[in-house]
Design a protein around this ligand. Sequence first.
Ligand code: ADP
Ligand code: ZN
Length: 808
Amino acid sequence: MSRGHATICSVALPIPSPRPYSYAIPPNHGAQVTRGARVVVPVRTRELVGVVLDVDTGPAEGLKPILVVPDPRPAVPEPLLELADWVAQYYVTPIGLTLRAMLPPGLWGASRLVARLIDDDVDGAGVTGAVVAALRAAGGELSASALRRRLRRPVWDSLRRLVHEGVVHLETLPPSLGPDVERVRVVVLTRTLPSLLERERMFGRAIRQREAFEAVDALGGEVGVRHLREQLGFSPSVLRGLVDRGVAQIEAREQMRDPFSGVREQLPDTPTPEQRLAIDAIGRLPSSGGAVLYGVTGSGKTLVYLEALRRQVERGSGAIVLVPEIALTPQTIARVRGVFGDTVAVLHSGLSDGERVDAWRALASGERRVAVGARSAVFAPITDLTAIILDEEHDGSYKHGEAPRYHARDVAFSRGRIQKARVVLGSATPSLETWALRERVNVIRLPNRVGARPLPAVRLVDLRHEDRVAESGPVPWSAALDEAVGRILELGEQAILLLNRRGFAHFIQCHACGHVPECPSCSISLTVHRAPAKLRCHYCGHEAPEPDACPQCAEPLHRTRGIGTQQLERWLAERFTTARLARMDADTTSRKWSHRRILDAVGRREIDLLFGTQMIAKGLDFPHVTLVGVVDADIGLHLPDFRAAERTFQLIAQVAGRAGRGVVGGRVLVQTRSPDHYALTAAAAHDFEGFAAAELEARRSPPYPPHVWLVNVLVSGPHEVDVSSAAVEVAEWLRHLIASRARDAVEVVGPAPAPLARIKRRWRWHLLLRATDRTWLGRIVRYAAWRAPHTRPGPVRVVFDRDPMSLL
Ligand code: ADP
Ligand code: ZN
């Protein structure tokens, strides 16, 4: 880089090209074109926004010039550029796509650049004059693309000159909002039909109407027409049907407000002695130091994080608090706001693009100093950063699902190194990756619940032997759970019932002894395939015939198929006719804020039984929940994923942690056919460390993370034969590459069909790269990502997922 006359620059563009593009810097713009600045550049026939990575002196011949520099100061601060480099390298993603994922979408679109006339006293000749005239004619303001359309010629040269002369101001606006966003039409329910019976009577055969009613109900009683039609697929006649029946109205409403504005919750003033020690320990961390805050559920971790940050934030430093999913953690947000008030920017998915840009600028300028949000908030543009906190750090949502496939925990550590910020990972059930760090980072413990409340007693209910309620049909419902729920309802307390339905990968389980056949070389359960009828390993491809009898106890074997939350709802409604039920799963909460409505209702004790998927296991703090029931703990336990045991342990331990947080105490019933499995016995004993020791041992052979590093290479395409043969081809190519370069450091496992064999009409196969050496693995993947077969655009796609969180 040179300080003299920069003439050329390299620009990262949000397109899947491995390299930045070079452009010429127009004269007069040298000072503005610096690293981190946004620029508008021509790309073929389009104009795109990009970010300058480097400037240099040198001949600019043959390079197209930058069209315009829209911001007075660089938009991306230096530490974030360094971080982008790390993310791009580590996760093998082009720098432009990496930056696109890091910056708010509102900073990217070129068509949204608006030119505003600020000096009305000018007249010019030629194109410049025409631009001024056009702006004046339009009332002083036009988008750059509208200008070009009106004048039917390129306008950037003139605009640039006018900006330079102070005649025109350029502004990036959020994408144009259609009129139906500012005033939206919503379906509002005018009647409640709480019981299944009432709904059946009201709707009879009008199934779609009933579904629409239930969807709106579950989403809080009020949902946009557009969402119902486009996202949920209800036709206008179905919605009109609801109105005709007198159960709903269609109204025009103002756009959704920020559902978190003004929400604050005061935390207790005095930390307990245990909390005090933890706060001090975090305070003593060296800069760039890391710590695991390992505190049981209800130990008061939130207060520890916030007190540990308080002094630094009051002195003017910034901090990032990451939570798994904003919509599921309203309490944490409210508490952060309670402590840091107006210095907080909550980054949530309900923000419009414009609001997101505002939040970004407020953080970049230091006007706001504390960013709270889900995983992408790890990129909040805070320059004086004292700490990054990850609450519930074990949560799977910290991993990004598309390129760059980053994990917020690893990004946080990298950012901590760059900005000398501390990283604190909090959980009652740390991930094994985090636990494996305990030799290198401090472990700060909170072994007791606040107020010396005991952890709830957990009982494993053995479905193989326990009495079942006969009428429950396919729903596993023991007499013990039945009685416990009945008693809660009598006492007017509340219960949470977990059914984590993911019954897509059908495994075989012996109903008599609980045995599940596993792959001999991968230690994951084998999956039933129909044509040809076989058991198959979804990691290495191993095949075995489907046995008729259990190899362990010789009883006949049955395929296992999970029941879902809908069946559970039906059963609960039949069994407990007066209970007020609320279901929470991906179907009832397709709109983000509906979680909050349901949870608020639970908080107000308007719900007796809250049931649903893993969503209900997270961070909730309701003092009147005295019973937690896990309807079928085996669903997750035998998924074909090496983290199945860990996930089950976390889920059971976390959901159990929802019970008995008040003075009344609580208990937990876990129904299973594998009551001897260490994940369950450890969860029942609230013994995280015992579980971690056993699981770390189990992952030695065959080796899995954290003992080795993994890359999941996913091959997908529209035709199954092409995909399977491409997967074989890629595997062979990689084996060959590794044999010639990395020898023993990296190993290829597979290919095999992915457990989710087809998603969105694409067939999926995968193979695993397993490495003891992270550096070698990085080299192999970076080399392969652009050179392996099928990595060029085509019908078959190959994706490299480094440190995958899901192998489904
Ligand atoms: P965790 O995240 O560790 O499960 P929380 O941070 O949700 O626990 O705290 C659990 C409960 O304990 C909350 O209701 C919180 O208000 C309360 N609490 C935390 N610290 C204190 C304290 N020092 N004194 C009294 N109550 C506290
Ligand atoms: Zn296998």
